[in-house]
Write a protein that binds this ligand. Structure first.
Ligand code: 13P
Length: 287
């Protein structure tokens, strides 16, 4: 099957009332867990490589490997650069072969975010790649594992601005801020579902939910029912891999490195499969 873009899968997800998981891969075993689970369930998938994780990777080699794997699997695979912070990083990502990019100008004032996003759309669309941008700001951080974060209503997405932003920039998908945060939550997450419905009523662009870890099944279902078509998911997967390793080590017997890695991968694969089922991605079987 071909390497895909967000344009190849998100409109279909929208039509089918489901979402596609955008799972972060920070190394080869995470990537294999994501690809194997998706291929076994015969569903499209978005493998995300965050700019923040570039330091763990030989990025050119990793993208080459993802492209080769995607080409041999019988499912659409989007190879997505997650949270790109500058036009320079986006351009080099596109050159390396990412089929999709996210430009994160969400901390910038509206006009600067829109101007930067327009430049990225020009660069990416020329090469056939898709673009996600963010309006409003999803806080937190995957590194913040001890304290957790609370969503800040001051940074929620404004529905009318969202419509204007999509019109101006021509992005293929828009990440919205409706109560989620990256990494662990402080307290219980509370999604602003009415706000999400209002954003949906103002623009037809596929909407993206960042900060999927820590949400419950009914949160996802309610968000997807109101227009979310792409869910970003990392922290829970990462922690599940670590937990599997901890369990193996706690048995008190010597453990070889290959078994350590295999146990982390197997656990992450079950998490990815569980999330695919929750997102209803099986509605897109055979795409
Ligand atoms: P979590 O790590 O909270 O699941 O968020 C992932 C994400 O949004 C990546 O862009």
């Amino acid at each position: 099957m071909a390497i895909a873009t967000l344009r190849d899968i998100l409109p279909q997800a929208q039509a089918q009332g489901c979402a596609v998981g955008s799972f972060n891969a920070a190394d080869y075993s995470m990537a294999e867990a994501i690809l194997e689970a998706s291929a076994e369930m015969q569903v499209p998938v978005i493998v995300s490589v965050a700019e923040a994780h570039f330091r763990y990777l030989d990025v050119p080699g990793f993208v080459r490997y993802l492209r080769e794997r995607a080409a041999e699997l019988p499912i659409p695979v989007v190879i997505h650069l997650d949270h790109g912070t500058s036009l320079t990083v986006i351009r080099s990502g596109l050159e390396l072969g990412f089929s999709s990019v996210m430009i994160d100008g969400s901390a910038l004032p509206y006009a600067e975010n829109a101007a930067l996003t327009k430049e990225v759309v020009k660069a990416a669309h020329t090469l056939g790649a898709s673009v996600e941008a963010e309006l409003g700001h999803v806080g937190g951080g995957e590194g913040n594992l001890t304290e957790g974060t609370e969503a800040d209503p001051a940074n929620f997405t404004d529905p009318k601005q969202a419509a204007q932003f999509v019109e101006e920039t021509r992005v293929d998908a828009l990440a919205v801020s409706i109560g989620t945060v990256h990494g662990p939550y402080r307290g219980e997450p509370r999604l602003e579902l009415e706000l999400l419905a209002e954003i949906r009523s103002q623009t037809a662009v596929p909407l993206v939910l960042h900060g999927g870890s820590g949400l419950k099944e009914h949160d996802f279902r309610q968000a997807i029912a109101r227009g979310i078509t792409k869910v970003n998911f990392f922290t829970e997967n990462s922690l599940a891999g670590v937990e599997a390793v901890r369990e193996l080590l706690s048995r008190g017997r010597p453990v070889g490195y290959p078994d350590l890695i295999a146990s982390a991968k197997a656990r992450m694969k079950t998490v990815v499969a569980r999330q695919i089922a929750v997102f209803g991605t099986e509605n897109l079987r055979g795409l």
